[in-house]
Structure formats: C-alpha cells, structure tokens
Design a protein around this ligand. Structure first.
Ligand code: FE2
Length: 423
C-alpha cells in the first residue's frame, strides 16, 4: 500500500494524464493508470502537477516591514538602502523571526518550498544572521531555506563587513554574497569579487553576488565574477544576481561575455518585479526596462532563474509572494511569448531555480523527493496566465497546504454560470 497517489496529472514538460505514486516521502513511479493502491488518493482531474516553486533570490530579513519606520517616498533603490539603514537599529531577533516565519507561511500557501535569502551582514550584532539561522532550522521540514552572507553596505565601503561576513559563515550561513557595483570604485568592486570568490573556494561554498544592479553599461563586474569562477574552478557554483547593466551594455561586448559565462557555468538570477520598478529611473524617454538579457542568456545555454527579491519592504511595496506573478512580469519584460519559450519561463521559477540552489532530489521522476504542487490550471502557459490557486501543496508525500478551487458563481436572471477563466 502506497502512502499517496496522484491520479491523472499533467506535467510541466507537456506529458498528460499521468499518475504519481509516493512512498516514504519519495516518488516511486510515474505513469498512466498505475495499478496501485494508496492510503490517500488525489484526483488531479487533468490539472498541472509541478515540482514546487523556487525563489532563488529574496531578502527575508527586510520583508514585511512596509512603512517602518517610514515609507520610501521616492521609491528608488538608493532611498530603499537609506531606509533599511534607518530601520536596522530598531530590529530585534524576535521581530525578524516573526516576519520571516509569516513569509514562510505565505510561501507554503503559494507552493514555494525552496528559497535562497540574502542576509545583511553589515551589522556588528548579526541579528538577521542569528534570526534566520533559527528560521532555517524551524522551517526545514517544509522549506529548503538557503542563506547568503550579503554585505549590503559594501565589502570595502563598510569596513566591518569583511569580519562580519566571515563570522556569519562560521555560524553556518551557506553562501558567499557581495555587492561589487556599490563599492567606491570599479577597482574596489573587482577586488571584492576576487576576495569573495577565493573565500568561497577555500570554504567550498557557493557564491551569489548582487552584481551590476545598475543602468551603467560600464558596470562589468560580471566579467570579473566569470573570470574568477573559471580561474578557481567554481564552475556551476556561482550566481550573478540582477546583472541589470547588461541590458544597457554594448552588443559587441555582450557577444564576447555570454560564451565566457557559459564556459564558467555561471547561473543568472533576474528579479523582474524589482528590475522593472527600480531600473531606468534616471531616464526620461525612451526609458530602459533594465532587466538583464534573459532570452539571449538562455539561448547561450546559461541557466537563468527568477527571484522575487523584495516584498513589502523598503524597496518594494507590493507582492503576495507568488512566483507566478514574478514569472508573469518576467515574460512581459523580456518579451518571451513563444510557445516553447513560455515553458522556459515556467522553468525559471522551478527547475532553473533548483539548479541555482543545487537542490538534490528535485523533480517529478521516480527517486525524486515527493514534493508536488497541483495548480488550478492545466499547463504552464495557463498557470502563467492565471496565477491560479495552489489546490494541493505536498512536501515529502504529505499534504501541507490546500486551497479550494477559485470559482465565481454568477446568477444572471434565470441562468447560473460558473467562471474560473480556464478555456
Ligand atoms: Fe536582492
């Protein structure tokens, strides 16, 4: 007797009408009309079953602080950083934990069961580090939470960051972060990339830097990050987050850069909601979109994932932590609307994110972890269009969240009509 069987599901790769058999937290079989019995059976009725959504770039220490201690009046990136600096003295471990746990509950409800969160280490007390390390352990049964030591105020520009970052790694933070474009000079930015990559190589850790989050076409720290990744043999373990300056770079330069990034197996994380909101602020018209070159990166064979980045915090006032909202914005901003391309966009918030984090056992094949989300949509394109309810969220074979189907019931004179926006 199996623990759970999901009947008649469609998969993100286009296969339809499959059953998924689950035993001891693992997927043991996938196929049509499996001859098996289970303690619990879920009829997916031809809807989409996907591995969980992955948010490969978030800031859990600042989320849900909207309005504290004041609003971001200009709505800009730099006022956001200023505002975070004003808020930091008022933070406590308890308040950070409470907000992070609330965010995790939203994540489970949305079927997002893996998150990479940057943690600000430009703080001698390391409050956010201590708080989020506790959250990582408490939420482990439900969410894979990976933490990045992020020197928000600069590695060199804020001198205590160097020691704080090492302390954070000693305490168990998973990934080495950085912010080279925020250093005082291009040279200091490049030097920070070198030191931080060497630190990661010495500790056999992954790297994920906020890199070139700017409209300046000469912000080329991704070139340096790619070089040191290749030099130190960190292939497949390094992520460039944002890379918004690539939007504005010279095409000839990019034609040299992309193959080098592919060679070093650099991962790229774009943050569509935040990039379209914060970039291009110095432009009048035409106004640049600012998001990195998602289509061209994918065509070069580079792994591109999407992150939510910020939500109801000093940088971004919106959001309900829906990775399909992120993907929806991403496909519009990147103009990725071809049929096969849309499937790639769905992968940017699922499989590609799992690659960024290096998750093991991710997927819907036999032997994978039994982590499955059933959506009120039949395929990835419909999911991107509707951002539908997550009917069932399953972690290691156990249903940990359910949402009833969202259906509007109309009464028009003598007719009763149900609308769920599917065709
Ligand atoms: Fe970020």
């Amino acid at each position: 007797m199996l623990d759970l069987i999901i009947r008649n599901a469609n998969l993100p790769d286009g296969r339809t009408g499959l059953d998924i058999a689950i035993q001891n937290g693992t997927i043991v079989d996938v196929g049509p009309h499996l001859n098996a019995q289970a303690n619990r059976e879920i009829d997916a009725t031809g809807l989409l079953a996907t591995p969980p959504f992955v948010d490969s770039h978030f800031h859990m220490d600042s989320t849900l602080t909207y309005g504290q201690p004041r609003l971001n009046e200009s709505g800009t990136l730099l006022e956001g950083i200023e505002l975070w600096g004003e808020l930091k003295p008022h933070l406590t471990v308890e308040s950070i934990k409470a907000r992070a746990m609330e965010l995790c509950h939203w994540a489970v409800a949305r079927g997002t069961l893996a998150i990479r969160s940057h943690v600000d280490v430009s703080d001698e007390r390391l409050l956010a580090v201590n708080a989020l390390l506790e959250v990582r352990e408490e939420i482990r049964p439900y969410i894979d939470l990976q933490l990045v030591a992020f020197p928000q105020d600069g590695y060199f520009r804020y001198p205590p960051s160097a020691a704080n970052l090492e302390r954070a790694l000693d305490l168990g933070i998973d990934v080495v972060g950085g912010i080279p474009h925020f250093e005082r000079t291009m040279a200091e930015g490049a030097a920070s990339v070198k030191i931080l990559c060497e630190l990661a190589a010495n500790r056999t850790l992954r790297v994920d830097m906020h890199c070139d989050e700017s409209d300046d076409p000469h912000s080329r720290h991704i070139e340096t990050l790619t070089f040191h990744t290749q030099r130190l043999g960190l292939h497949g373990r390094v992520t460039g987050s944002h890379l918004t300056s690539m939007h504005s770079m010279d095409n000839y330069y990019v034609s040299k850069l992309l193959p080098l990034m592919a060679e070093a197996q650099i991962h790229v994380v774009a943050n569509p909601l935040i990039n379209i909101t914060l970039q291009g602020r110095h432009d009048t018209y035409p106004k640049r979109r600012g998001m990195t070159r998602v289509k061209e990166l994918l065509e070069a064979g580079i792994n591109v994932a999407f992150g939510h980045d910020a939500m109801m915090d000093p940088w971004y006032s919106f959001g309900s932590y829906d990775m399909l909202e992120v993907a929806h914005m991403g496909l519009h901003v990147a103009q990725i609307t071809g049929v096969d391309q849309m499937r790639q966009i769905f992968e940017a918030v699922t499989f590609n994110g799992a690659n960024v984090l290096g998750l093991e056992g991710y997927g819907l094949e036999p032997g994978c972890n039994a982590d499955v989300v059933i959506l009120q949509a039949r395929n990835p394109q419909e999911a991107l269009r509707l951002k539908p309810a997550r009917l069932f969220v399953i972690r290691r074979g156990i249903v940990i969240a359910e949402t009833p189907p969202v259906i509007s019931r109309l009464e028009l004179e003598d007719k009763k009509i149900e609308v769920d926006f599917r065709r």
